[in-house]
Design a protein. Structure first.
Length: 249
């Protein structure tokens, strides 16, 4: 049995990824992780209701900002499954208040420090797999190349966009650094951008979730994950992978 672990799996991109993995027929057991157990259980119920998850779905409490929670989650996976084949660091936030110090602190704690600590805690489980993947969910908004282009939509900023974009730029470095650290192991490290899709990242109102109607279907991002796991994007291993190619750093 192959075990896939997704953080922030009860909504948005994380939920879409979990749902698509649960639809596969080749033995994927999906571990859905989130801060609030009741929300994760609701997500599992929804996946089962559409006839998916035949190979198993497991709810896991995991707060990526809490070291004790991370260690407990890793210990639980170790005890139940013994190894992990895919770790998807998806949990992320994009707050716009209440003040600049809080915006930067909370954003970097969740979007950068969290994935670093989660990856470290779960690494031994990945090393116990025959074909492991460590996948980070990045963002095209992290691109310095794009923000410096005349006419780029990234030149329009909002409250909190600086912190979010900076945290994702730093995550690019983390992913590439991890590739170097693990180049002599079986772990394949990838970073991909889901694009602008419907999610709770921007808020829970319909206007925020849909980005004013501009956000796309997160299922497309989930299928990009499947293509990466299938080895279809191996030529883009050292790049920020997007649906139609790669995004400039």
């Amino acid at each position: 049995m192959s075990y896939r672990h997704v953080t922030g799996a009860n909504s948005g991109v994380g939920f879409a990824i979990a749902k698509e993995l649960a639809a596969e027929s080749n033995g994927f057991h999906v571990i859905l992780a989130g801060r609030t157990p009741s929300k994760v259980e609701s997500a599992i119920t929804e996946i089962k209701a559409i006839g998916r998850g035949a190979n198993g779905l497991t709810a896991l409490q995991l707060d990526v900002t809490d070291q004790n929670s991370i260690e407990k989650a890793a210990s639980t996976v170790r005890e139940k499954f013994g190894h992990l084949d895919v770790l998807i660091n998806n949990a992320g936030i994009a707050p716009s208040g209440p003040d600049l110090a809080t915006i930067f602190h909370t954003t970097f704690t969740t979007n950068l420090v969290g994935p670093v600590l989660v990856s470290a805690a779960f690494r031994s489980l990945l090393l116990a797999s025959q074909a492991p993947y460590s996948i980070y969910i990045g963002s095209e908004t992290s691109s310095i190349g794009k923000i410096t282009e005349r006419g780029s939509n990234l030149r329009v900023t909002t409250a909190g966009s600086n912190a979010y974009r900076a945290s994702k730029s730093a995550l690019n470095m983390i992913a590439m650094h991890e590739q170097l650290e693990l180049q002599d192991t079986a772990i394949k490290v990838r970073i991909m951008s889901p694009g602008l899709v419907v999610s709770n990242l921007r808020g829970t109102s319909e206007q925020a979730r849909s980005a004013g109607g501009y956000a796309g279907d997160p299922t497309k991002s989930a299928r990009l994950i499947l293509s990466i796991l299938g080895g279809e994007r191996d030529e883009d291993a050292s790049a920020l992978i997007v649906t139609d190619g790669v995004c400039p750093w």
